[in-house]
Design a binder for this molecule. Structure first.
Ligand SMILES: *[C@@H]1O[C@H](CO)[C@@H](O)[C@H](O)[C@H]1NC(C)=O
Length: 222
């Protein structure tokens, strides 16, 4: 039995509204043309487009992930991004990538991406990876993964990657945003510019004034 339009209308409106909920948009907005290679620095939501007549095949190719990053730093990790800022053809495509090199014991410290989920492919080595769900559960999902395996970090959740193997590790990640953004938890708290008021950190983390100074100085060195 076919439903009349008036019976179906509320259902259609409900479906349309559900589709418009911000939470149901899984990636950057859909492109309205085939491509929009990043042009001038004018920001709309993303970047303006290069004149299509000037676009070349090379605008859609990139070698930024070709070489290992320099892991000679306090955390023993190097992230090389292939996002819209380093690979202009990604503009409006809702996708980007990164290469992550780990020295032995190297750590990608707890951080989150405000605009994207991350799928990590481990090409070489062994990593302990994990993420924590939002409050109030704060549930940790952590796992050791080996070369050839994938792990997904949901959008906006704090996560980390630690090299627990005996040698270097190499991972490639993909993001469902042309510009996923990264916020490191320790940096946000102890290396902000200007610094967060001491009273906020002392109370929030139950630290002494000396602890706050010590953490600021330690975190600023990583
Ligand atoms: C890697 O970084 C370290 C520390 O900044 C630096 O001394 C070294 O020259 C760099 N190595 C290469 C190959 O760039």
């Amino acid at each position: 039995m076919a439903l009349s339009l008036w019976t179906r209308l509320p259902i259609l409106v409900f479906i349309a509204m559900a589709a418009m909920q911000p939470g149901s948009v899984a990636a950057d907005e859909d492109p309205l043309q085939d491509f929009c290679v990043m042009g001038q620095q004018l920001h709309v939501n993303g970047f303006s487009c290069k004149d299509p007549a000037q676009v070349q095949a090379s605008d859609f190719a990139s070698s930024v992930l070709q070489n290992p990053g320099n892991t000679s730093n306090a955390l023993g990790v190097a992230v090389t991004p292939a996002n819209v800022l380093t690979f202009r053809g990604l503009n409006t495509q809702g996708i980007s990538a990164a290469r992550i090199d780990f020295a032995p014991n190297g750590l990608k410290a707890p951080h989150f991406h405000p605009r994207a989920a991350e799928i990590l492919f481990l090409a070489q080595g062994t990593l302990l990876v994990g993420f924590v769900t939002s409050t109030p559960d704060n549930k940790l999902f952590a796992q050791t993964i080996n070369a050839g395996e994938l792990f997904i970090f949901p959008r906006g959740l704090v996560h980390f990657q630690l090299n627990v193997g005996d040698c270097k590790a190499l991972a490639f990640s993909a993001f469902n945003s042309q510009n996923q953004g990264t916020s490191h938890v320790a940096d946000a708290l102890f290396a902000s510019n200007p610094p967060i008021n001491d009273a906020v950190l002392e109370k929030a983390l139950q630290l002494s004034a000396e602890d706050v100074q010590r953490l600021r100085s330690l975190i600023s060195k990583t």
